[in-house]
Design a protein around this ligand. Structure first.
Ligand code: NDP
Length: 450
């Protein structure tokens, strides 16, 4: 990764951080991106230097790694590794999802936890940053295997979490089914119906309306605000959405509601092009009910074709929404998108664009929104779920969606205004990083060296 371009005040901090976290390339990348944006405040706020905020913010408050043994349906004992990184509690209890995917390691959980600090700050809600997960692969497992794994995972995790301490949610590989098993085991071990300990719960047991839809909807609301800023809209736009999980499905739904057409989606086996527009009902049936693959979608839809070679970013579009996973859009992909006329890229996933891709978008004048701003609707709605749990209340769909839309508008405005204040007009990444960081840094200064 290129490390040219850091303000001289930050270069030493960055080198020190890399030296004590060897091999954690995703974490280095996330820290670098934030430090790169902070140049305008270097030397301007003496307290930040005096209180070593930057150095402290890169060191998690607590990192927990644990063994997760579980038994397959055939009676084999399997051992997985569990993680919870409690990164920063300056603004509230640690808050961030759990990811179950074979690629999970400490670097990935730390990059996600680090990003979460600033994302949560941007939401304006009282939540700190954390993340967790396991290298467990839910794909191809039976319901009973998933349940035994979740129960074993929570048997260790329960002692570290709580509504005032650390509040996990879902992420890749962790949806409603997994959260149900996790919550059930927490309740059993602690003998407490502590609704506020997890978010993303089912509607009949403490969940919030719109939480399932929130990240995808929020990403599209954010993209819409970016277009509005230029006097444009999503109406009639051709859109490509990568992934076909929770975030992607509800991004597709909101694009269609706002008059755009999603012509391609993907999973780890390839991508699907459907020039008639993705059939949302069929997609949900295949992914959410049958837990199937995109090849099943193509079998049931004559206008769709499956492409197993090459990148989804070769499909021409006006708007690209990467909603699958980190580093899924390379510099080469970015150049292809630019050649094909892309106008806007908003991240639904966390850090999906490689640094070279972001640079290419900026150089070409393509509107680009970093995930910590554009995908913050998920965690913001989780915070709304916590509010409902604390007041033993439950809100309707319309009022919760209206609250989400307003939060996304506020985050967008905060990014635009902060970028302008620090002479980086139109740079959403700088605006998001500066606004997110300043709020956390101010709270850390107020709370002393802890
Ligand atoms: P899901 O597990 O529901 O879906 C993930 C999708 O991405 C699947 O289509 C999956 O394909 C694909 N995918 C995952 N890993 C890879 C990979 N290594 N290569 C190619 N495709 C891959 O996860 P979510 O939709 O919840 O999360 C997607 C992204 O959004 C993640 O970056 C997550 O951190 C981020 N995010 C999620 C939030 C939420 O509320 N859920 C909140 C904020 C951010 P396959 O099925 O083939 O594996």
């Amino acid at each position: 990764m290129s490390t040219n371009g850091l303000h001289p005040n930050f270069q030493q901090h960055f080198d020190d951080m890399v030296a004590i976290n060897p091999g954690e390339t995703e974490f280095h990348q996330a820290v670098y991106e934030v430090m790169q944006s902070l140049a305008p405040i270097a030397g301007r706020v003496p307290e930040y230097a005096q209180w070593s905020i930057l150095k402290r913010v890169c060191e998690p408050e607590r990192q927990i790694i644990f063994r997760v043994p579980w038994v397959t349906d055939d009676g084999d004992v399997q051992i997985q590794r569990g993680f919870r990184v409690e990164f920063n509690s300056a603004l509230g209890p640690y808050k961030g999802g759990l990811r179950f995917h074979p690629s999970v390691n400490l670097s990935i959980i730390k990059f996600l936890g680090f990003e979460q600090i600033f994302k949560n700050s941007l939401t304006g809600m009282p939540i700190g940053g954390g993340k967790g997960g396991s290298d467990f692969d839910p794909k191809g497992k039976s319901d009973t295997e998933i349940m035994r794994f979740c129960q074993s995972f929570m048997t260790e995790l329960y002692r570290h979490i709580g509504e005032y301490t650390d509040v996990p949610a879902g992420d890749i590989g962790v949806g409603g089914r997994e959260l149900g098993y996790l919550f059930g085991q927490y309740k059993r071990i602690t003998n407490r119906y502590e609704s506020g300990v997890l978010t993303g719960k089912g509607l009949s047991w403490g969940g919030s309306q719109v939480r399932t839809e929130a990240t995808g909807y929020g990403t599209v609301y954010f993209a819409q605000e970016m277009l509005k800023e230029r006097g444009e809209s999503l109406e009639g736009r051709r859109v490509v959405v990568s992934g076909s999980g929770n975030v992607a499905i509800y991004a597709v739904e909101k694009v269609h509601q706002l008059g755009g057409t999603v012509v391609a989606i993907s999973d780890s086996g390839g991508h699907v092009v459907d020039e008639k527009g993705i059939d949302l009902e069929l997609l949900r049936e295949v992914k959410e009910v049958r837990r199937g693959r995109l090849t099943d979608y193509v079998e049931a839809r004559s206008s769709a074709s499956h492409v197993s070679e090459g990148s989804i970013w070769q499909v021409p579009c006006d708007v690209a929404l990467p909603c699958a996973t980190q580093n899924e859009l390379s510099a080469e992909d970015a150049h292809t998108l630019i050649r094909n006329g892309v106008k806007l890229v908003a991240e639904g996933a966390n850090m999906p664009c490689e640094p070279g891709a972001i640079e290419a978008f900026k150089d070409a004048g393509v509107l680009y929104a970093p995930g910590k701003a554009s995908n913050a609707g998920g965690v913001a709605t989780s915070a709304l779920e916590m509010q409902q749990n604390a007041s033993r209340d439950s809100w309707g769909f319309e009022e919760t969606e209206a609250a989400l839309e307003e939060i996304m508008r506020d985050i967008h405005r905060n990014c635009v205004d902060t970028a302008a204040e620090y002479d980086c007009e139109g740079d959403y990444m700088a605006g998001a990083n500066l606004a997110g960081y300043i709020k956390v840094a101010d709270a850390m200064v107020a709370q002393g060296v802890i």
